[in-house]
Design a protein around this ligand. Sequence first.
Ligand code: KE4
Length: 440
Amino acid sequence: MSVTKQETLQQRVNSDRMFERARRTIPGGVNSPVRAFGSVGGNPVFVARAAGATIWDIDGNAYLDYVGSWGPMILGHNHPTVRAAVERAIANGTSFGAPTEAEVELAELVVEIVPSVEVVRLVNSGTEATMSAARLARAVTDRSKVIKFRGGYHGHADIFLVEAGSGAATIGVPSSPGVPSSTAGDTLVAEYNNLPSVERLFDANRDAIACVIVEPVAGNMGCVPPAEGFLEGLRELCTRTGALLIFDEVMTGFRVAPGGAQQLFGVTPDLTTMGKVLGGGLPVGAYGGSEYLMRHIAPDGPVYQAGTLSGNPLATAAGIATLTHLREHPEVYEHIERLGEMMDRGWNALARDEGYPLTWNRVGSMGSVFFTTQPVVDWNSAAAANRDAFTQYFWGMLERGIYLAPSPFEVLFLSAAHTEADIDRTLDAARDVLAEVFSS
Ligand code: KE4
């Protein structure tokens, strides 16, 4: 079925006006750079509301949403169970700055679900989680250097804004101004899926490396799965050298499997960082690991980390509702996997049978289309893909009512709310759009 541009899609006049107004008081008109559509040009869509797999903009246009708030919405937007939990919590107040039962319940769920976590600290974002985990690794090892991967994104803490992916990659400053060379100098950059590049850094910095931080499935250079043996190799290297292995599961946690990538691939990190799904759409991040490591964190130990709203009652209510629903409905993962397999067949047919120059990568409910005929296995191969084609694809899909991440270095997220009909519609639209993109 040919999917023509939806005549009902009104011009986004209200979004355009709101963007102009927003730019007067907010940097770039947004509170997170990637939302500004900088990578694809044009003005962002201002969202009014969302439910299930649909978002509506402030002009009344509806879109099938594959951004899912950049990962939290594995159950779909505005899930009744999550909403009811937050409504119950807010009736008791919004924040107390004192310990609450909900924080304990959420921590117990994380410990139960994530294989390597015995003790966990809740924070407010993925950035706080990774920043704190790196500080802990440096404290425990008494070493200062950190290995990350080119195109890996771990939030905006100074030490990670070196050759970073996600939004940092789209605005051309993967190493941000304001990060002093004294800090950036402690950040060593290896190539994803390239163990020798990691071994060379260990050899050149013997006994100086505190940790290796890795997205066990890369999601910030687009979706790049770990090559066979890659995660196992990192585990062996860290064990042998005394560096800590940090799995940044802010995106993969509770998503690619109930226990995250460490459960899916059977590799045990020393520390795990979490976020997104963990908060069900409200601000929750977390970092956790063994009893021994986590007891170094204040006030048990000397490694300081704090937060006014950490463990916030509304956020923990949303997180508990989300994780509990996922635990009680494992069929969610089966549903999402079926949809993912439909995507595999569809995208691979567009490449193989219809000859479009694209590569499709997927792990569980996160996937990416790259406009290249080469395998995409690391930053360089992701960055070599045709960005102009991506931009035309993005806008063509948007005009057909399909809302994708506005950057080639992000993933699309499937949720429990997406249906087989949604996937069929998406692939039909893609076939239509690609015919336009590659005819010109
Ligand atoms: P936050 O500080 O944005 O909660 O989490 C940072 C972070 C850490 N680790 C990984 C693997 C992540 O993907 C992220 C944040 N992801 C981006 C999307 N690729 C958030 C979107 C944005 O920056 O607006």
